[in-house]
Design a protein around this ligand. Sequence first.
Ligand SMILES: *[C@@H]1O[C@H](CO)[C@@H](O)[C@H](O)[C@H]1NC(C)=O
Length: 149
Amino acid sequence: MDCRTGFVVFLSLIGFTFAVPVKFIDCGSSSGKVDLVDIAPCPSQPCQLHRGDSYSVNVTFSSNVETDTSKAVVHGIIAGVPVPFPIPNDDGCKSGIQCPIQKQQSYSYMNSLPVKTEYPTIKLTVKWELRDKDNNDLFCIKFPVQIVS
Ligand SMILES: *[C@@H]1O[C@H](CO)[C@@H](O)[C@H](O)[C@H]1NC(C)=O
C-alpha cells in the first residue's frame, strides 16, 4: 500500500472511530448557546440514517437561564413542512442533564434517534429543540440527514 492509500485508510478509520462534529444551523437558541453537536455513527455528512437503526445524539450547550424542567421537541422538516418526529424520551432532565439547569453552566444532552423501518428513504432536515420551563429554547438546532434503507 502506498502512502496515499494509507492516508485515506487512516482518515476513514478516524471517521468510523470518533464522532465528528455535525454541521448544524442554530434556529434560535434564546435561553442557551450550542457548542457542539455529535451524531454517531455518522462517518460522512449529511448523516445517513439507516432504517431500523438507532443513532446517538449528543448536544453540548450552555444555559443562560435557570430551569428545573427541560423538554425536547423534535421535528422532521420534509419539503418545508415540519412533521413531529417521535423520540423515546422527551424529558431532557433524563437525557444526560442533571436538573435543575443552572445559568452559565455547560451540559451535554444525550438521546437516541430511532429510525423506523417504515420511514421513506428521503432527505430531510431534523429540527431538535430543548425547551426550558417557560417554553423558550435552551437550544434549537437544524441539521440535514438522509434516510437510507
Ligand atoms: C458529548 O460530547 C461532549 C463534548 O464533546 C463530551 O465531553 C461528552 O463526553 C459526550 N458525551 C458522551 C456520553 O459521549
